[in-house]
Design a protein around this ligand. Structure first.
Ligand code: GDP
Length: 309
């Protein structure tokens, strides 16, 4: 990318898109093409076709998606599969038709099988069945990845898919029902402390393991890949290489928020995948490593939450 290249960041208001925009600006990329949901509904094929023909961006970061934590994935199954299939199909196809130089599609580590060997390598995709709670979302993301691969093979496009692990950062969704575990825990512990509650109620058994990557680190990784990787034969995992149990995460956030009460585990709620640690050999070989420690990242996000929510 040149500093004046026209770059479309789809989904620029979300956790991932906003981090990519911040990092692009920090690195001096100024010709950013951004559209809010009200301006451009990416599920609308005609609107997306017109947008690409009128604006002709050279580079596309496809960070727009319907996402959510285990509760949202499990409950809004139809919206997860429909919205994601529509958004990515329209954007990838019209990026191809309008001659986009490079597109980067963001998937998710939940595309891997529920019981994949750990840490999960890129080649473990589609080797056994998926986790049920997020299957519709994962099937949509796998379709996006196969679309990228197929367009590269048939049409000679230079598109790339990346699979980030569980992400967190500023601009995250702190909704108690639809958010991911990390922002929701920040909110639950903070509110419990403020209201002097005796307990915080959390979901599942606390035994699953999760890997957490700061969205600012992800942004640096995807900009580096956009600049340095061409004609990749495979998608690329982006994670930290380390995971912790949900119980350990809870203790960490409890400490950071200074909540002094107890934790109750509601085992009626699902645990989801037991573990989904990514193998990050490929991206490390390209010279990228995450910079933010989990503790430092949670402190930063907690501060953002207190100032903005
Ligand atoms: P996942 O990584 O796709 O499963 O989604 P989440 O980010 O929502 O993480 C879910 C894990 O955290 C599961 O093991 C949940 O049982 C556990 N968890 C514990 N408390 C909560 C909570 O309050 N909200 C959410 N979303 N997950 C929780």
């Amino acid at each position: 990318m040149q500093k004046n290249s026209s770059i479309f960041v789809a989904g620029h208001k979300g956790l991932v898109g906003s981090s990519i925009v911040n990092e692009l600006k920090r690195q001096g990329f100024e010709n950013l093409v951004l559209r809010s949901f009200e301006e451009l509904d990416l599920r609308n094929q005609h609107a997306v076709a017109s947008f690409f023909m009128d604006n002709r961006p050279e580079y596309v970061f496809l960070a727009a998606a319907r996402v959510g934590g285990i509760g949202a994935n499990n409950k809004f199954r139809a919206q997860m599969i429909y919205d994601n299939l529509m958004i990515q199909t329209n954007v990838i196809h019209h990026a191809y038709l309008s001659g986009v130089k490079k597109l980067l599609f963001l998937g998710s580590s939940c595309i891997y099988p529920k019981f994949a060997p750990q840490p999960m390598k890129e080649e473990h995709l589609l080797t056994s069945e998926l986790e049920k709670t997020n299957e519709p979302y994962a099937v949509a993301k796998i379709a996006g990845l196969k679309m990228v691969e197929s367009y590269n093979l048939e049409y000679g496009t230079d598109f790339l898919s990346v699979m980030p692990t569980n992400l967190y950062g500023e601009n995250d969704n702190f909704d108690l029902e639809t958010g991911h575990v990390l922002p929701v825990m920040i909110r639950k512990f903070h509110e419990a402390k403020v209201h002097g509650c005796e307990y915080v109620d959390l979901w599942g058994t606390g035994s699953p393991r999760r890997e957490f990557l700061y969205s600012g680190d992800l942004a640096k990784a995807v900009i580096k890949l956009m600049n340095e990787v061409s004609n990749s034969k495979t998608h690329i995992n982006i994670g930290t290489g380390d995971d912790i149990t949900i119980k350990e995460l809870a203790e960490l956030i409890k400490g950071i928020t200074c909540f002094e009460g107890a934790i109750r585990w509601n085992t009626q709620m699902p645990d989801g995948t037991p573990r989904k640690l990514l193998d990050i050999t490929k991206i490390k070989a390209l010279g990228w490593v995450p910079e933010m420690s989990l503790k430092e990242g949670i402190v930063k996000v907690y501060e953002w939450y207190r100032n903005n929510k």
